[in-house]
Design a protein. Structure first.
Lengths: 415, 415
C-alpha cells in the first residue's frame, strides 16, 4: 500500500461537523427542520461558507443559490472534480440526508490539506439549492437549473405554498449569487449519501457503489364528486370522492403488488379534501402519486395501469379522475469510469461493497446530464429516512468519506 | 277563513332581501363565502341590524355575538316567541342555508307591522353566531353557549385554524355584545331552513314539519404508521398509513351499507397527511369522521362497529388507529305543541306537507334544550346544500315564510 492509499479522513472530526450542522433547525425528536431557503437554511449555508473559508477555499454562489467551495489543482488545463450534495431537509427530516455528502466533501479537502497532498485537477464541494422539493417544486431544483434541465427563469419563479418565489427567498436570505448557473464542464462528479433504504444493512455491506437511479413520476390525482351536506343527503344519492378514493387506493396497491413487485414503488405523501369542512361531503379530494421503477418501460407501464384501474373505479361512480403530471425523471445510468473508481476506492479502504441502483432521486441525476457521475451509499439504520429518527453510525459516515476521498483522488489525478 | 288566516308575507320582498344578503361574500359560482365572524359576516350582521332598525325593532347583541331583533307584544307578562337561524356560511356555501330563516323572520315582523297586527307575546328574530362550525369548532357555537350546553368561556376561547379566538374575532368585527348569554325563557321557538336533502323534492311536498333531528358524532381518526422515504423503501417494508386508510375507508362504507342503511350517514370531510411531502410515506394520516343516525342506540352501535372494523384493518398492518371524539349531538325530539302549530300553519296556507326528521344539526337542537321548539323545512333543488349551487325558488322561500308567519301567530297569541 502506498502512503496515499493509506490516507484516511478524520472520522471524529467529520462526526463533530455533522453534529454541528444538525443543530441548525434541530427538532425535539432529534431530526431537522431546515426547508430550502429558510432562515435555518441560511444558517447552514453560512456555516458551510465559514468552514470553507477556514480551509482557504474560495466560495462562489450562483444565481439559483448553489454554492461551490474550490480547491485548485496543479494542472490549470484540467477540468474539475465535483463533490457535493445538499443542506436543505424535509419538514421533519433526518440529520444525514444531504449534509453527509457536503461535509464529507469538505472533510476530504481538509484531509488532503493536512496531508499536504495536491491533486492534478481542481476539486470543488457543492451545496445544491432545494434538493428536497418540499418547499419549492420540483425537487433537485438547483442542480436541475445548473444542468439545464430546468430553465433558470422557471426555477426562480417557482413558489412555495404561501406564494413566495425562489427568487424572493434567495434575496431574503442573502444567497442570490452573482455567478452564472451552469455552463461549466467537469472531469467527474461524486456524491456521497445515505442509502435511505434497507438493502446495505440487510446485506451487512459497508458501502454501496451506485450504478444508477430508478425512474420516478410525480402526479396529482384529483377525484371530483359532488359537494353536499353531510347530514341530510342519503348515502345512495352521494357522489362521494372519499368513497372512490378508498376503493382507488386499495386497487392501486393491489395492482402494484400483483404486477410490479418487488421493484415498483407507490407513495401518496399528500392528501387533501376540498372544501375541507367536517360536515360537508367534499367536492373533490386530491392525492399525490409518486411511482418509481428502475426500468423505464416498466415505469411507463405502471403509470398506464394505475390510470386505467382508477378510471375503472371512478367511472361507474360518476367521479371524475384527473391526473396532472407534475414531474418525470427517467432512470439514470451512471458513468462506468466513475462507478469503477468508487468500487476501487472501496477496495483500497478494505470495505465490503456491492453495486446497487438508488431508489431515491438525487442531485446526481441532474449532474449526470453534464458530467461523468457516480454515487456512494452508506447504510442507514432500518433503512429509515425522511424521518427525524434517521440514523447512521460515526463509522458509517467515516467509511463513506474515505471512499469519497480515494475515488476523488483517483479521478482528479488520472492521466 | 278569517282576515288573519288570509294574511301572507310579501314573497318578492323576501326574495329581494335574500338576494341582497347573498351579495355579501358572494362567490363567482353563485354561492357564498361568509365564515363566522369574518369581514363578510360583519357586513351581514350590519345589514340585519339596519333592516331591523327600519322596522322599528330593538336589537341586542350578547357576549357571544348572538343578535336579537325584538318586537313587543301586548301582554308584558308573556314569554317571547323566537324566530331565527344564522347568517354565517360554509367556505363554499349556498345563499339560503341560514339566511332564509333569519330574513323570513324579519319578513314575518314586517308583514305584521304593515297589516297593523299585534301579537300577545313578544317576537324576536335571532341571528346565531357560528352555526356552521367551519371556522370555529364546534358547530352551533352561539346557540350552544346560549342554551348552556357549552360554557361561555370555552366558546369564547375556541380558535380558528390560524389561532384567532372567538373572543378576538368578535372584538375585531365589533360584535362582542354586552347582554348576558342565555338565561332567558321562551314561549316557543321556530326555525325555518332549507331541507339540505332530497326528501321533500322527491315527495313533491311543499313543506316539511320537522319533528326532530338525527343524532351525530364527530371524530378525528388518526392512523399512525412509519414516516419513510418514498423511493428506496421496498413496499413490503413499509408501515404506510395511506394504504391502511384505503382499506379502512372501503370497510367503513361497506359496514354502513350492510348494517345501517338507509338512515345511517358517514362523511369524511377533511383528509390530511403529515408531513405532507410528495416523496415521503406519511408518518400519519388524519380524517374527520361524521356519523349520523335518527336513533340514538343505532348511532352508538355505528360508532362501535366502525371503531372495531378499523382496528381489525390496522392491527395486522402495525398501524395505530386513534379516535378522538370531537363532538356529540344526541337525536332531538321537538315539542309536540310547536310541531302541531307548524302543521296547522301549513294547512291554513294550503301547502302540502309531511312530518320528517332533520338530517342536519341546526341551532334548534340547542334551543330545544331551553324552549319548546320546532322547525320548518322547504325543499332545495336536488337536495344539494353546503354547495355554491344550492338553490330554491322564490315560491319555496315564500311558502316557508308563510308557514313561519302563521305558526308564530298561533304560538304568540295562544291563551
Amino acid at each position: 500500500m502506498t502512503a496515499t492509499e493509506a490516507l484516511r479522513v478524520d472520522g471524529s472530526r467529520l462526526w463533530r461537523r455533522l453534529d454541528e450542522m444538525a443543530r441548525l433547525g434541530a427538532t425535539p425528536a432529534g431530526g431537522v427542520h431546515r426547508l430550502a431557503l429558510s432562515a435555518e437554511d441560511r444558517r447552514a449555508r453560512d456555516l458551510f461558507g465559514a468552514r470553507a473559508a477556514e480551509l482557504g477555499l474560495s466560495v462562489t454562489v450562483d444565481r439559483i443559490g448553489n454554492m461551490f467551495a474550490r480547491r485548485e489543482g496543479t494542472d490549470p488545463a484540467l477540468r474539475l472534480v465535483l463533490l457535493g450534495s445538499h443542506l436543505d431537509s424535509q419538514p421533519t427530516g433526518g440529520r444525514f440526508d444531504g449534509p453527509l455528502g457536503v461535509l464529507a466533501g469538505l472533510e476530504v479537502l481538509e484531509t488532503l490539506r493536512e496531508a499536504g497532498i495536491e491533486t492534478r485537477a481542481p476539486l470543488e464541494v457543492a451545496n445544491w439549492t432545494n434538493e428536497e422539493g418540499t418547499r419549492f417544486a420540483p425537487a433537485m431544483l438547483g442542480s436541475g437549473a445548473f444542468s439545464g434541465r430546468f430553465a433558470l427563469a422557471d426555477a426562480l419563479a417557482s413558489t412555495d405554498p404561501s406564494g413566495v418565489t425562489v427568487e424572493a427567498a434567495l434575496d431574503e436570505i442573502g444567497y442570490a449569487g452573482q455567478t452564472p448557473v451552469g455552463g461549466r464542464s467537469f472531469r467527474a462528479a461524486l456524491e456521497l449519501h445515505i442509502e435511505q433504504g434497507p438493502t446495505l444493512e440487510e446485506a451487512e455491506c459497508e458501502v454501496g457503489v451506485v450504478t444508477g437511479v430508478q425512474g420516478a413520476h410525480w402526479y396529482d390525482l384529483t377525484l371530483r364528486g359532488e359537494e353536499t351536506h353531510a347530514g341530510p343527503t342519503p348515502m345512495e344519492r352521494r357522489v362521494d370522492p372519499v368513497e372512490a378514493l378508498g376503493a382507488s387506493l386499495v386497487r392501486m396497491y393491489e395492482v402494484l403488488a400483483a404486477e410490479f413487485a418487488p421493484e415498483g414503488r407507490l407513495t401518496h405523501g399528500v392528501l387533501e379534501a376540498r372544501p375541507a369542512s367536517r360536515n360537508t361531503v367534499p367536492g373533490e379530494v386530491r392525492i399525490s402519486v409518486d411511482i418509481r421503477h428502475p426500468d423505464g418501460e416498466r415505469l411507463e407501464s405502471m403509470a398506464a395501469r394505475l390510470t386505467s384501474e382508477v378510471a375503472e373505479i371512478c367511472e361507474p361512480r360518476g367521479i371524475e379522475a384527473v391526473w396532472a403530471h407534475i414531474w418525470r425523471s427517467p432512470p439514470v445510468r451512471f458513468d462506468d469510469g466513475c462507478v469503477s473508481a468508487v468500487a476501487a476506492a472501496a477496495r483500497v479502504c478494505g470495505y465490503s461493497y456491492r453495486e446497487m441502483v438508488s431508489g431515491a432521486g438525487h442531485d446526481s441525476v441532474h449532474v449526470a446530464d453534464i458530467a461523468p457521475t457516480a454515487m456512494i451509499f452508506v447504510p442507514c439504520e432500518d433503512g429509515v429516512s425522511h424521518n427525524e429518527s434517521e440514523r447512521i453510525t460515526p463509522e458509517q459516515a467515516e467509511a463513506g468519506a474515505n471512499v469519497l476521498l480515494h475515488a476523488a483522488l483517483a479521478l482528479a489525478n488520472a492521466r
